[in-house]
Design a protein around this ligand. Sequence first.
Ligand code: SAH
Ligand code: SF4
Ligand code: F3S
Length: 442
Amino acid sequence: METNRKKYYITTYGCQMNLHESEKIAGILCEMGYELAENEKEADIIVFNTCCIRENAEDRAEGNIGALKQLKRKNKDLIIAVGGCMTQQEGYADKLLEKLPFIDIVFGTHNLEQLRPLIEKRLNGKKHVKEVWEKEGEIVENTPKTRTSYPNAWVNIVYGCNNFCTYCIVPYVRGRERSRKPEDIINECRSLIKEGYKEITLLGQNVNSYGKDLGTTSFADLINEIAKIDGKFRLRFMTNHPKDFSLELIEALKNNPKVCKVVHLPVQAGSNRILKLMNRHYTREDYLSKIKLLRENIPDMAVTTDIMVGFPTETEEDFLDTLNLVKEVGFSGAFTFIYSKRNGTPAAKMDGQIDEETSKRRIMQLIDVQNTANRNQSKGYLGKTIEILCEGYDEKRGKYLGRDVYGRMAYFSGDESLLGQFVNVKITKTGGMSLLGDVVKD
Ligand code: SAH
Ligand code: SF4
Ligand code: F3S
């Protein structure tokens, strides 16, 4: 049904945290009376929620914002707002406005919740509204949210990061660690389950740091509490820092069947020399012994990871250490990245930056090893019946999709009634990372 309501469109880059933040931006816009547009052309306000973790994330965002120049020329009332990690970088907002002067509003990660008054200022005639807070404010509760990821719901537990890995921009654009109060988190989870969400993903740059600033509740305590909420649902969390991955947490995972059987434990590198330069605070041996401890307690636990190649001074020998670690652990998934120099981080000033050709060769080798592992693990699924939470429809494949408790994606035929349901799927074909199967009725 066509209405006269004004419309919004949001483009999000980066991590799950940003996807969730876009749900808050959408919530604020809906509260102001906007409704979702089908595309940019229909929109009265277009928001870019950006990421700056690697250079290509920034380039893509700048390219896509730049491409709106024509639209803006045709429609003078169109509002273009840019926020997120990219704009939070020191001095970046001015540079962006110089480069793309048709942008109407620039805001940062620290004042996302205050977006409404910025839009109102623009609507009241101010040409450019630029407001990027230098420091993080108090945690804002009760920001409206328009969730877009049913049956999954993201829930923030800790904001910011104190770790200062030497390659990483996040601590500079997300501020220091701040934990939400346990009761606020638990109440949010409880209402989400009541509303019918079937999976909760707890979010933090380092979820293991949860509660350190509060001094009352640890991450393990929080898991134990959330898992007590009645109803059938899955509990996930992102991301763990290996240095803080503890036996207390492993026990909480073991004792709560609602917790998914997969942990994301970014290793970054397999060479002790590189791990030290990265300021990761663990060695290869520490990492491997934590994996061992985890598997002794929960033998079928899947582990996924993030790995980087081409960190300054990385030698062939360092890289082989990474490759061997990947083979040894047998990750059930890995996000692989080429190191990208981020201004303002200590690694950007290090000697021995690695040339692109070497990094590209290394990442291809790494991807190759991981792909083999993925294929082999997928093969193990053939003929098995697994429980999938149906979470969407893939237009291209013409199939419904969802993941099992280990995070493995499966595709199957069905109808809309399956969305948000737990279904049993018998696997008939396996590919690299994904599985194909048929729903079996019980
Ligand atoms: N807090 C998470 C990671 C968040 S960023 C953690 O500590 O594990 C997600 C991933 O991006 C990181 O794990 C890392 O592998 C990668 N990354 C971060 N900075 C990068 C950079 N400068 N270049 C390339 N990859 C980077
Ligand atoms: Fe970045 Fe390290 Fe913090 Fe992760 S833990 S966000 S990699 S600084
Ligand atoms: Fe996420 Fe990118 Fe920011 S990965 S925290 S959106 S820099």
